[in-house]
Design a protein around this ligand. Structure first.
Ligand code: GDP
Ligand code: MN
Length: 391
């Protein structure tokens, strides 16, 4: 689960990591109020969306008057901000963060990630902050320094200093930077985070280090024990199709194509996506009905896929182990008895109770196109989609 920058900064501040003073607002009036509370005559106003690269998209601005703040809010609040990380739709801006402006001497990069391969927590720093870290990694890999922490031992202060030394900071900033790194590690550990990224971490004109940006993301499986983190959940930042699915406890990933897919298990889903592409189509989604799906659950899943207006054909691909083909077939027939589906519906059933399932589909007299194998199913759905749409 991702959270907003201002929320991540709130967490970091609780752990004693230095962050600029700031306040969040949901209207132009609120933003000007926050600026007045902060005082001074220069503020950084930042559109809050779950995305980086807001700066390049105009979503981060230095303002020198309440009028400029108000113009920024009018431009962004209630609209979608498109960055090179959001996709063409962009993400809804419903809050603006107003901060005191910082005098920057140097922009650095700092992050903590959970490295599954080594089963260790990895801290990454670079002197090349502010910009695209992927580009730095590619073009100047020598500018990136890492250390790995064994979570069962935890981070030791000497490790923080070792890492900070690679940043070439002035002597008087090294102690505070090392302490900030230790505090970030604690914040990461105590919140079940799987990512903490500060880009940029800056050196100020007063030789202080400050987290100027902050991104945190958390292990969704640990949220049950972190209610204070779950409170930061912002539905407006998620694909509406995924939210609806989550309400039914279904895993749904929205994609850009036209073939809606209902599949059991992530592995079969990946294979099916590949096969659809191979057959010349593009999946509209990836919906995993899971194991032991009831007829009711199958019907709900199809309705969910149908509610996506990009969907112009549906493929149900079930390899039943724990699942039962007869339940899946019954779910399909129940739905077709309730409503018409005017797009091609291709069903491939295999595994437990397959004969029973196929019989239910046949006896229903409904227009269901059946397929035998995965390859057959993918080619059939793409061919039917082309036939019905003329694409
Ligand atoms: P991002 O583009 O979404 O990653 O947003 P950031 O919070 O990282 O801001 C983008 C850039 O704006 C930073 O890399 C800085 O160069 C600049 N910036 C942000 N806050 C300040 C500030 O207080 N003072 C100055 N001078 N620049 C800032
Ligand atoms: Mn940034």
């Amino acid at each position: 689960m991702n959270i907003h920058e201002y929320q991540a900064k709130k967490i970091l501040a609780q752990y004693g990591v230095p962050v600029p003073r700031g306040g969040v607002a949901h209207s132009a009036t609120g933003a000007i109020y926050q600026a007045n509370e902060l005082g001074g005559d220069k503020w950084i106003v930042k559109a809050q969306v779950h995305s980086g690269a807001r700066g390049k998209a105009g979503g981060v601005k230095l303002c020198e008057s309440p009028k400029e703040i108000s113009q920024f809010c009018d431009q962004f609040l209630g609209n979608n901000l498109v960055t090179n990380q959001t996709g063409p739709e962009g993400k809804m801006v419903s809050s603006i963060y107003v901060e005191e402006a910082t005098d920057i001497i140097k922009e650095l990069y700092f992050s903590i990630v959970l490295d599954r391969a080594t089963q260790k927590v990895t801290l990454v720093v670079s002197t090349e902050g502010g910009m695209d870290i992927e580009q730095v990694a590619e073009e100047m890999p020598e500018k990136i320094n890492k250390i790995r922490i064994d979570p069962s031992v935890g981070m030791q202060p000497f490790q923080a200093r070792q890492l900070v030394f690679t940043l070439g900071l002035p002597n008087e900033a090294i102690g505070s930077a090392s302490r900030a790194v230790m505090k970030c590690y604690r914040a990461f550990r105590d919140t079940d985070a799987n990512l903490l990224e500060i880009n940029p971490l800056v050196l100020t004109s007063g030789n202080k280090v400050l987290a100027l940006d902050a991104k945190m993301s958390f292990d969704a499986n640990a949220l049950y024990r972190r209610p204070e983190i779950f409170e930061f959940h912002d539905k407006t930042q998620q694909d509406i199709r995924e939210i609806n699915a989550a309400e039914h406890d279904l895993n749904y990933i929205g994609l850009e194509g036209n073939i809606g897919c209902l599949i059991n298990g992530a592995g079969l889903a990946m294979a099916t996506m590949d096969m659809i592409q191979h057959a010349g189509g593009e999946p509209a989604n990836f919906l995993d009905i899971g194991g032991g799906a009831s007829a009711q659950r199958v019907a709900t899943s199809i309705e969910l896929v149908l509610s996506d207006e990009n969907v112009e054909a549906i493929l149900v691909n079930i390899f039943a182990g724990i699942n039962r083909c007869d339940w899946v077939a019954q779910g399909i027939v129940d739905l077709l008895n309730k409503r018409d589906i005017d797009i091609p519906l291709v069903v491939r059933l295999s595994g437990t109770n397959v004969e029973k399932g196929q019989k239910i589909l046949r006896d229903s007299g409904k227009k269901v196109i059946t397929a035998e194998t995965l390859s057959d199913a993918a080619h059939t759905v793409v061919a039917e989609w082309k036939k019905s749409t003329g694409k």
